[in-house]
Design a binder for this molecule. Sequence first.
Ligand code: 13P
Length: 288
Amino acid sequence: MKLSNCKHMLAQAVEGRYAVPQFNINGLEWCKGVLEVCQELRSPVILGTAMAAVKSMGGYRTVVNLVNGLMDDLGITVPVALHLDHGSYDACLTCLDAGYSSVMFDGSKYPFAENLAKTCELVALCNAKDVSVEAEVGTIGSTSSGSVNVGECADPLECGEMAKTGITMLAAGIGNIHGVYPDNWAGLNWEVLAAIKAQIGTLPLTLHGGSGIPGEMLSRAIAQGVGKININTECQIAFMAGAREYFRTGRDKAEKGYFVRNLVETGVNAMKPVLREKIQLFCCEGKG
Ligand code: 13P
């Protein structure tokens, strides 16, 4: 199977009131584990690659070849998009050359007019290669080293402007945060979400920072027009718990316990229940 872009995948999701998972990948075995679970549950999937993760995996062409090779070798038949996550303008151009099927241009650090203009340019370039585009308006918060930056909710009128550029999907800050949510998190802002939806019509919304958001909130977000939900942190935490257990139970000291692939496989296997749970929660099982 060839890589798919996100256009058809997300249009179908919004119409059918479900969300396609974006699982970020962090290495070969990780990617293999995600593809295996998605094939098992017949779920379409968007493989998210953050710029730092791509660097750690070797580069954009390596990632394209890795994903294409795994899809062939594993006989993957569900739709798979390879997507740049929070890309710079230049990284989007590199992905177009390397063979990505989808990119996110994160212009949220620019003044809105500049974000809009750069997104417009990229949409034209991506359309020529049938590559889908995600844009961002407002900012998505983050947690790191215990400190929380709550981000800035998107301006619905700016979202409406952005929707006219021909993008495939829109990431809008609605109180969501990348990483682990603090105990006093205020939740998603439903008023802002409804106001954005009123401006963008049927354009699919994407929800970043999906890890740790309670299931009922995710279902409500899907009902209000979210067609893609990004998950990374929960997978990383599950992988690490599996790896920790490997050492805690002394498996590293057992016969051939020093085989690194046994450790990595343990981490990936610990992550698989999270993947299955999200696919089922997003009602995406059987849609691929
Ligand atoms: P989490 O790491 O919080 O799941 O967010 C992932 C994400 O939104 C990637 O863009």
